[in-house]
Design a protein around this ligand. Structure first.
Ligand SMILES: Cc1ncc(COP(=O)(O)O)c(C=O)c1O
Length: 375
């Protein structure tokens, strides 16, 4: 059996042709495909404005610069990739780590408790973890009741929808971000996007993407003005052509993922392997996370990773709690009361899941996982 990674891109000849077409054109950086990709994403996510950027981390950075002020306190989750809370630090603001709920998302009830206790909290950064939408009614309630800015990190969640609300539609948030890293639902190599329904935020982030530089029709032909300290977070036309081609296939990718989810759900029903959440229609299923009580088994989590690798199966742990990272510990984090996250970290891991995972490979993973866990 060839090695089976936990995640992998899906690229076909149409994607390759789209990239080659741009390579043979006049534009490699800012060309026509950027706006086309942004418009297609706006339409797909059902949101007014999209800005495509160099990667998801750049999207988080720009969003944080317009949503936060230096010193702002921001509620966020320990269960994410580092970039989510790093972006809060980039803006000079202060992350406050809140425990997660059973579905791996930030616990919005605990967020409310924190907001009640401390009315100076300015924002909430949630992650639609593994593609599972944040509870939209609760987000709406928190946003209206506590007057906070909300960012939805939808790096895992493009294509998800819950009760008609699409991921990254910013229906109950100020800004959302997406990532197009190859392990995500669709890829542009590196790449990301910011979505918002606010014209004001859109214009600010657009300027910050390109060095804080502005060029208006009344200026002389050579003129431009730098009005803010911005960045070069542009994405290339090559990447956007690939993104457009991938976006056309996104729904079929998700359909295939759902089939894989259902087969895993069936295999693990009433067993020692507990899926974090089973098929429920609220997710675009970026990850298939399972929970195992290692204290009842003879094998440790570390040995499980090693043994499965020997059997050509790559599993992964999403995520090490961010607040326990050395950099965060040096800032005084790490001792928050997060019992659900702690248990999650001890017991959870992600199984391979991507559109090209074959039925045979999946059956091999299931069989091998049971064998290795049962010693
Ligand atoms: C939840 C989450 N947010 C943000 C990012 C950052 O995205 P990128 O790798 O495109 O910078 C990632 C990427 O792994 C992620 O998983």
């Amino acid at each position: 059996m060839n090695f089976i990674p936990y995640g992998k891109q899906f690229l076909d000849q149409e994607d390759i042709d789209a990239v080659v077409n741009v390579l043979e054109s006049n534009y490699l950086t800012t060309g026509p495909n950027i706006q086309l990709f942004e418009d297609a994403l706006s339409q797909y996510c059902n949101v007014k404005y999209t800005i495509a950027v160099a990667n998801g981390t750049a999207a988080l950075h720009l969003a944080s610069l317009v949503l936060l002020n230096v010193g702002d306190k921001v509620l966020t989750t320990p269960n994410s990739f580092l970039a989510t809370s790093n972006a809060i630090l980039y803006a000079g603001a202060k992350p406050i780590f809140i425990d997660i709920a059973k579905d791996g998302n930030i616990d919005l009830d605990l967020c409310e408790e924190a907001l009640k206790k401390d009315p100076t909290i300015k924002a909430l950064y949630g992650v639609a973890f593994s593609g599972h939408m944040l509870d939209q009614e609760k987000l709406k309630y928190l946003r209206e009741t506590y007057n906070i800015n909300i960012l939805e990190d939808c790096a895992h969640a493009i294509g998800a929808q819950d009760k008609g609300v699409k991921a990254a539609s910013c229906t109950n948030s100020d800004v959302s971000i997406l990532s197009f890293h190859p392990v995500k639902h669709m890829t542009t190599g590196e790449g990301g996007a910011i979505t918002t329904n606010s014209k004001e935020l859109y214009e600010k982030m657009l300027t910050l993407r390109g060095h804080g530089m502005v060029k208006t029709p009344d200026m002389k032909p050579w003129e431009y003005e730098m009005r803010e300290l911005g960045f070069n977070y542009r994405i290339t036309d090559i990447q956007c052509a690939l993104g457009l081609s991938q976006l056309k296939k996104l729904d079929s990718f998700i359909e295939r993922r759902i089939k894989i989810v259902k087969a895993y759900d069936k295999a693990f029903k009433d067993s020692i392997i507990n899926p974090l959440y089973t098929y429920d229609g609220k997710s675009s299923y970026h990850l298939y996370v399972v929970q195992v009580d290692f204290s009842k088994l003879t094998i440790s989590k570390e040995d499980l990773f090693i043994k499965l690798k020997e059997e050509s199966i790559g599993i992964q742990l999403h995520y090490i709690p961010i607040n326990k990272q050395p950099y965060y510990k040096n800032l005084g984090y790490g001792d928050e009361h997060t019992p659900v996250m702690d248990k999650y970290y001890n017991e959870c891991f992600s199984l391979p899941m991507y559109p090209r995972l074959s039925d045979e490979e999946q059956q091999y993973i299931i069989k091998t996982l049971f064998e290795v866990l049962n010693g």
